[in-house]
Design a protein around this ligand. Structure first.
Ligand code: 1PR
Length: 591
């Protein structure tokens, strides 16, 4: 029996590579990390998972002296599989990278998505999208394919090999490498490349649920010879024309992305000191009776696995009491993330306590260090709450003094610079501030700064509108889990965090949390139209129809729920079936 091919992974130290390692182990394969140049010669197969920013990746490869040996490996004809930045690094360079060069194997530029595209698209391109064959392939034999079309895969990036962005000569070469194409809004891009020994996916198979694991398995189990140069016979192109459209008609009306469903787990210690998933009503997580206990809805790791298996497109953990103490040392949430990432192969977000902290022994930890620990444990994104509000307030104050708005030192800025904007979520906890519009001169009592964002009972678009007659309100930001209010409104905050470099907004509502009254559509629309980064609608889901309503009426990219899933009132499959029935694309896990 031939020796097993030796698989190596190249890690340049940014982002979550743990999930890829976990998925490979789950599939029953062993691997080693590339430690130095000589390991490239020992490798029979090489996987390069890139996460985050191209510049960072190219910079680290250059300074660590890995760029040259990597190029040598790719040219050697041995199997190479690049993921996300690991695929982009094959290209000549990225407009993201201000001069940083890639390997130049594919002489085509990587460019940024156009967020203005029809006004409906947010950037980063974050979520589940399809991929179709770039060319009408001569092959009818699926067994030799590495990637199944008709499945959805998880993408998270702002830059891509966009069709029509290179010279005709460069595009001809790109066509030669292109394996699949995907669409985001009106822009088409190469979502995977395959030529000879080279394979690369713009999406993350290790985060793409069963479809992604299947793809990894196909590449890992394929004999080295079948994945090596010269170009594989099945790669024969037809006349070279791009195949234009995703054959699935249901996709035509959407941006390309599916409606993303997020299961949220609010985690804290209960009175016995056990870490439990809890759930509040308007952020109050104790049972209603006098001296009530913290509600216990299950164990975090177990529940996350259950939601993954039930088809959740993303899992979000929020450490809801981290404002009290959030030391990094012995942080139990790290273990929760680590264990969860062993069985959950969709994106994991973790929030609570992502800020500069001090450990009990006096060691100071920057927000960047804290975030890094979570990424290494297997988180894909970190979510910043209270700290983001304070950071935006400081930014606005600096600006008012005529100083530069950005300090470069906030958690949002430092984490986004190191790991990419897509890894930084800001969680907002707004609360309505009401006015009685039947009173004379009520408008005079509204602070001038917030008048532009006022909603009235008459202009409201939510189903609870009849209850709001005679009222007007704006959305005030809170910190420390809704315990303290700040002057800043939700639109100021959302715009502010986008300027600081956040890549996504998780939009809660203290008023709707746990109420089952449906999402606060007014709130979500306000924020959605104020920013061009993705918005996750949260708080208030009471039935499957609430999801359809929030996607249709606000244009949000994702919708999150907690209570109805924990209590088993509505299943994730039920939500997706309802969305599909209403013509909204969803990820189905057929494999
Ligand atoms: O401020 O950076 O340490 O982050 C703390 C994080 O913890 C923030 O993201 C904040 O939203 C969250 N948090 C703090 N206190 C609570 C609480 O409930 N007492 N949870 C809390 C926020 C809102 C959602 C909830 C949705 C959906 N809970 O997480 O899952 O409202 O619920 P539903 O579907 O049942 O309506 P920092």
């Amino acid at each position: 029996q031939a020796a097993k091919p030796r698989l190596y992974i190249l890690d340049y130290g940014a982002g979550n590579v743990r999930s890829l390692a976990n998925s490979i182990s789950q599939l029953g394969y062993e691997f080693e990390w590339i430690k130095d140049e000589s390991d490239f010669d020992k490798a029979d197969k090489l996987l390069f998972p890139g996460v985050g920013a191209f510049q960072q990746a190219a910079g680290m490869l250059t300074t660590s002296g890995m760029m040259e040996p990597l190029l040598k490996y790719v040219r050697s004809g041995k199997p190479y599989f690049g993921i996300c930045i690991g695929m982009q690094v094959l290209f000549e360079g990225s407009s993201e990278a201000h001069g940083a060069k890639g390997l130049g194997v594919i002489p085509y530029p990587i460019s940024k998505f156009n967020a203005a595209d029809g006004g409906k698209k947010s950037v980063p391109h974050m979520g589940w999208n399809g991929a179709w064959r770039a060319h009408a392939s001569a092959s009818t034999d699926d067994s030799d394919e590495l990637l199944l079309t008709g499945e959805d895969y998880y993408f998270v990036h702002s830059y891509a090999a966009l069709l029509g962005h290179g010279t005709p000569e460069a595009e001809a070469v790109l066509k030669d490498f292109a394996y699949t194409v995907s669409r985001y809004g009106s822009e088409r891009f190469v979502s995977s490349v395959r030529r000879g020994n080279i394979f690369g996916t713009q999406f993350h198979p290790e985060k793409s649920g069963p479809a992604g694991l299947d793809l990894l398995h196909r590449w890992l189990s394929a004999p080295v010879a079948a994945l090596s140069a010269p170009p594989h016979p099945l790669m024969t192109r037809d006349d070279g024309a791009w195949v234009d459209e995703d054959p699935r008609a249901a996709r035509a009306a959407s941006s390309g992305l599916t409606s993303r469903i997020v299961a949220c787990l609010d985690v804290r210690s209960n009175d016995n000191g056990d870490l439990v998933v809890t759930k509040g009503d308007q952020y109050d997580v104790r049972e209603k009776a006098e001296g009530g206990n913290v509600r216990n809805l299950g164990k975090p790791v177990e529940l996350s696995r259950r939601y993954y298996e039930a088809g959740a497109d993303e899992i979000c953990f929020l450490n809801i009491t981290s404002f009290r103490s959030s030391a990094l040392q012995d942080q139990p949430m790290l273990e929760v993330v680590r264990s969860s990432a062993e069985t959950v192969f969709v994106p994991l977000t973790v929030g609570g306590g992502i800020k500069d902290t001090v450990d009990p022994d006096g060691t100071r930890r920057s927000a960047l260090e804290v975030a890094g620990a979570y990424f290494r444990a297997g988180a894909d994104k970190v979510s910043i709450g209270s700290e983001a509000v304070l950071n935006v307030e400081e930014m606005l104050a600096r600006e008012a003094r005529g100083e530069p708005a950005l300090s470069g030192t906030t958690g949002i800025e430092t984490i986004a610079a190191a790991y990419g904007a897509q890894a930084v979520v800001v969680s907002i906890d707004p609360k309505r501030v009401y006015y009685d519009t039947t009173q004379a001169n009520w408008l005079d009592t509204v602070p001038a700064a917030h008048r532009a964002t006022l909603v009235t009972g008459e202009t409201s678009t939510t189903r609870t509108k009849p209850d709001e007659a005679g009222k007007a309100w704006w959305y005030q930001c809170t910190i420390s889990g809704g315990r303290a209010v700040r002057d800043i409104d939700v639109v100021q905050l959302a715009r502010g965090v986008e300027r600081l470099g956040a890549g996504e907004i998780l939009l809660n509502s203290v008023d709707r949390d746990g109420s089952g009254k449906g999402f606060d559509l007014d709130l979500i629309r306000q924020v959605r139209s104020a920013v061009s980064i993705p918005v996750v609608a949260s708080s208030g889901a009471g039935c499957a129809a609430d999801f359809e309503e929030v996607f249709e009426k606000t244009g949000c990219e994702a919708a999150l729920a907690a209570g109805i899933f924990h209590r088993g009132e509505v299943g994730i499959d039920e939500v997706k079936a309802d969305l599909e029935e209403h013509g909204l694309p969803v990820r189905r896990t057929a494999l």
